[in-house]
Design a protein around this ligand. Structure first.
Ligand SMILES: [Zn+2]
Length: 277
């Protein structure tokens, strides 16, 4: 694993959950998990990729895709430009090919820093291509989810991505290629209700927020009393919605083990082709 992530310029920082003061060096070495309360702080797509896949094996694809403003939604273009400046990305999903313990995988990683990881036409297309590439190239698919849901500025075009990504996941199933989803904080709404929740195996980071309607919407709908752990990864595990909770330190090994175990058919095609994609 390459742990060379962008260093925090400050010597100390505060855990956003327990508010304790942490040494930045310890925090980075602990993969941005709080030493005191175990809170898994959010990661950018670049850091997630660096900490998960074999060093320098990630090949980014689909970089030509750009969001338009089909509904001429007020301020949408300005928001896109602000998110581009903040993240140095053109949308909320980064997609491509990578290797995990030398096994080829088709990968998409969402970045919450880009407009809350929301899924518009570009994010939906990148997820779709990731799953279709997996099916076409007989490589397992791994998708890291981090999203508040569909992007409201694209209206129905955004909601249509739910159907499109779901159909692409079906293509993986028909091709006999495993699809693994990782729920990170947060995995919500239109993303949860489409490609995220239909993966063959679903793992989640501890205490990740996972749900359909957020607290505000739930209250508006008249839901006033919910369990303390409602909409957490732990609640989902207890109710059979996910397969396992995996601490960040174990994520790479767990994913590699899943790919090795489930990717038999896909990996034999890779081996039969002399190790070429
Ligand atoms: Zn903490």
């Amino acid at each position: 694993m390459n742990t060379k992530a962008p260093a925090n310029s400050e010597a100390f920082l505060q855990c956003i959950n327990c508010k304790k003061i942490l040494f930045s060096i310890d925090f980075e070495q602990n993969l941005r998990v709080c030493n005191y309360c175990g809170h898994h702080h959010r990661l950018s797509a670049a850091t997630r990729i660096a900490w998960t896949f074999d060093e320098d094996t990630f090949e980014e694809l689909d970089t030509e895709l750009r969001s338009g403003n089909p509904l001429e939604f007020p301020d949408y273009v300005d928001k896109l430009h602000a998110a581009e400046a903040k993240t140095k990305r053109f949308d909320s999903v980064v997609s491509g090919r990578a290797k995990l313990e030398e096994m080829p995988v088709s990968v998409a990683v969402a970045d919450f820093n880009f407009m809350g990881g929301s899924m518009g036409s570009v994010a939906g297309e990148k997820i779709t291509r990731t799953l279709e590439r997996a099916a076409d190239e007989q490589t397992p698919a791994i998708i890291f989810c981090a999203s508040g849901g569909a992007r409201m500025q694209e209206g129905l075009l955004s909601l249509m991505q739910m159907a499109k990504t779901t159909a692409a996941a079906q293509r993986c199933a028909e091709a006999g290629v495993p699809y693994i989803a990782v729920f990170t904080d947060p995995t919500m709404a239109g993303v949860l209700a489409s490609y995220a929740s239909i993966a063959d195996v679903i793992v989640a980071e501890p205490r990740a927020l996972v749900g359909f309607a957020g607290t505000r919407v739930s209250k508006q709908a008249g839901v006033s009393k919910v369990p303390d752990d409602f909409q957490t990864a732990e609640f989902c595990l207890k109710h059979g919605m996910i397969d396992r909770i995996v601490p960040r330190k174990e994520m790479r090994d767990t994913l590699a083990s899943l790919v090795r175990t489930l990717g038999g058919h896909a990996l034999s095609a890779y081996a039969a082709n002399g190790g070429k994609k």
